[in-house]
Design a protein around this ligand. Structure first.
Ligand code: GLN
Length: 390
């Protein structure tokens, strides 16, 4: 946590500037290969891009309906049915948001009272902690431990108090690349049901899993659909992270609570991009198979290169991130210093995982690289990183 900032509410003290903003600015300033902030460097499918252009050219440029355009809400419901066998009503059980970030923020702001507790797993994507803080809630973090990023379900059980309201699960998981397996999910579901908790899931990397591993939405488990609010988006699946088209799906009572908060945040967003993401969600299965295969090849290329460069690599099962232990190259294991120096040393940018922990010491020696880049870009980054050891 950084120094106290003037004016800033006590709820947000310590949150400062996001690491993604800091590191992407550093990448630009030093002309580095940016493997920090996770975004692809190629465009998504032509049909999806053309659909956005068409929407702009045909006048779909004003406020969309508060809950999202009908074609997108219907496409989201069809997608949940097609991939997971889940049935949602596109009018009452689907809400379009400004990326899944706003979906998660709306859900947390809508569901938490001051002092309510949220159990989640760390390392965790930075917005969870900030949004829980803005909502007046408290984070109870369960640590995922390398190399497998497993956890002890008894720790989850022990973290439950009378104030526990929500379990927040991100799978496939940023930054570790862990894909929670059925047994792990079932153990979480059992606790949620036993203690009558709400579950929020962040599934934005749902189509980016490797080695044939299946992404299992928690709401497909018995007794979970009625208590689970799922956030996802089109950004990662269709290489359109800047469009900020996301959504929540879940039972009507949870979705309408989130909708109440959402209407006072952005109100609506991304008008012409919404019908375009609907086109993407309806693409044939082959598209979804190919993006995972393409990314798996990129994962393998970068992971092999990072190993050769001297890092200990924790092979991810999904997402577009890989975590490494830097101590082979930097014995003091100071990941923050390493990431701040890396652009000067060899013009590569990465993210220090310590920012994803409630106690930064737990992730101090871990660093995240994104592999959502063209192979030649990954190769260039690796050849630069290899100069570190010499
Ligand atoms: N989700 C992406 C990442 O983890 C981008 C995050 C952001 O810029 N807020 O890198």
């Amino acid at each position: 946590m950084s120094d106290r900032m003037p004016y800033l509410t006590s709820k947000l003290q310590g949150f400062g500037t996001t690491i993604f903003g800091e590191m992407s600015a550093l990448a630009l300033a030093t002309n580095s290969v940016n493997l920090g902030q996770g975004f692809p460097d190629t465009d998504g499918p032509r049909e999806v891009l053309d659909a956005a252009i068409e929407a702009i050219n045909t006048g779909q440029n004003q406020y969309p309906p508060a809950i999202g355009v009908p074609s997108l809400r219907e496409a989201i419901a069809e997608h949940q049915q097609r991939f997971y066998g889940l049935t949602f009503d596109p009018v009452t059980e689907v809400l379009v948001t400004a990326g899944s970030s706003e979906g998660l923020a709306s859900a947390l702001l809508a569901l938490l009272d001051t002092g309510d507790e949220v159990i989640t797993f760390e390392p965790m994507f930075d917005i969870y902690q900030a949004c829980i803080a803005m909502a007046g809630g408290q984070v109870k973090a369960i640590t995922l431990r390398p190399p497998t990023y497993g956890f002890d379900i008894d720790e989850v059980r022990a973290a439950i108090t009378p104030r526990t309201k929500i379990i927040l699960v991100n799978s496939p998981h940023n930054p570790t690349g862990k894909v929670f397996n059925r047994e792990e999910l079932q153990s979480i579901a059992d606790i949620a049901i036993e203690h009558d908790l709400i579950v929020i899931t962040d599934e934005v990397y749902e189509h980016l899993t490797f080695d044939g591993l299946e992404h299992i939405p928690l709401s497909t488990l018995p007794g979970m659909r009625e208590r689970t609010l799922t956030a996802s988006s089109g950004g990662k699946t269709f290489n359109t992270t800047g469009w900020k088209v996301g959504w929540l799906v879940g039972p009507a009572a949870l979705v309408s609570a989130a909708r109440t908060a959402k209407q006072y945040l952005t109100f609506v967003s991304s008008g012409p991009f919404q019908p375009a993401i609907a086109v993407g969600l309806r693409l044939p299965d082959q598209y979804f198979i190919e993006i995972a295969a393409d990314l798996q090849a990129k994962r393998d290329r970068l992971c092999a290169g990072l190993t050769e460069a001297g890092f200990e690599v924790y092979l991810p099962q999904g997402t577009y991130f890989v975590t490494v232990d830097i101590r082979g190259l930097r014995p003091d294991g100071d990941g923050m210093a390493f990431c701040r120096e890396l652009p000067k040393l060899c013009n590569v940018v990465a993210i220090p995982n310590q920012v994803f922990y409630t106690d930064q010491r737990r992730g101090q020696h871990l660093v995240r690289f994104a592999f959502s880049k063209r192979l030649e870009v990954l190769d260039e980054a690796v050849s630069r990183l290899k100069t570190l050891a010499s």
